[in-house]
Design a protein around this ligand. Sequence first.
Ligand code: GLN
Length: 499
Amino acid sequence: MSFVNKSASELSAMLASKEISSVEITQAQLDNIDRLNPKINSYLTVTHEIALAQAKEVDELRAKGEKLSALAGVPIAVKDNLTTIGIETTAGSKILKGWIPPYNATVVQKILANRMPILGKTNMDEFAMGSSTENSAYGPSLNPWDLKRTPGGSGGGSSSAVASMQAAIAIGSDTGGSIRFPAAVTGTVGVKPTYGAVSRYGLIALGSSLDQIGPVARNVMDAAMLQDAISGPDAMDATSLPESLGSMTEAAKNDSVKGLKIGIIKELTGEGFQAGVSERFQEALDLLVASGAEIVEVSCPSFQYAIAAYYLIQPAEASSNLARFDSVRFGLRVMPEGAATVEKVMAATREEGFGPEVKRRIILGTYALSSGYYDAYYGSAQKVRTLIQADLAKAFEKANVLVSPTAPTTAFLLGEKQEDPLAMYLNDIATIPANLAGVPGMSLPVGLAKEDNLPVGAQFLAPAREDARLYKVGAVLEKLLENKWSKKMMDFAPELRVN
Ligand code: GLN
């Protein structure tokens, strides 16, 4: 079996025992990227030389006996909305084509400090707006389980890369589900940590009060190790939590759910969910119950307004965040015909540089914030946000973790929802509440739906700062499911597999 099928934790052990070198792993990983990326479009930029130079460096340090971090030498993919010195960063937008950032995001800095070679920058919906990567200015990524389908969005580049062995681990960002939804539809593990657990410095902002960076992986332990590597307080982000949340790696070693109270969210089950999704979800719960967990039903009535509230707050914040793309400071500049004033250059650049979804949200957000409508739209949405936080707080009085399917359906077809923004938005029903409340969420693969043989994800939520609970329950469920499914969960499109 090739290195590229190994998990990050396996690679970490093999590196530590000097069974393999980082250069060998990184080269194998790059070879697989060269083979698959032209078919799947997971990466917008592949940084061959940079990755190999970093790998060589870490190998030399190890040879010298230097003390290295757990993930040292394990290559990683980074979503293209994180700034990287010397590496083009576009956030999936034409307006940033060719932009080479002069600074690193804190998360990138931590990756470098951990000595993880950076394989490249992954594809995404433009400015992380979307659920399918179809809004990327550079074409969609494809789902390795079925190339006619979406790998989810906005982080479909990272999810498809990890699912197809083009990286063992990747960085994602989650404003309304962009780590968890892609994880669900590609059979990978995706975690949105507690708001503020990971610094947002250098993350190209979408909705600043919702954005959170997190890990994408093929198993719970890998995600835990990565979360540990990238989280912690940061003076460069005023919203970063002042304290550390403890070791997720330790939490992921948990082997018991005895006495754990799991709350099923009534509003996020049953009607509106694909039968095969509900079936796999229920099976996962049955396994947890058989291992000693207790199921309680909780109700979060305000969730029915979550999508409406999110699609006011997020565009409102985006309209303000995206004002900086003005043709003066970053990327593209388009000269209009005739006499050019600053205003005309700005308008021509934004007209050409932004795609339709970005324009839609800027218009929506600007409207929702305009003086006559501020209270009616933005104000009401903020009130709903408070209700959602209250509903979750009440639910967490009854249960240690909450659970629902991550998404109503398995991966949808490319083109299926692209012409209908509302249909695309509705897809986010289960993931958005966590962002509005700032609580952590994990999507975990729970098997394949019987109608279409495509991956199904279950989502666990925990109270703010209690990310460890997700890793604890995730680790146990993963083991229970492995026994049930064995290899099948990685049975994606045969022509893409590595044997
Ligand atoms: N689908 C959501 C949106 O389009 C998720 C975005 C995200 O998490 N970045 O806004």
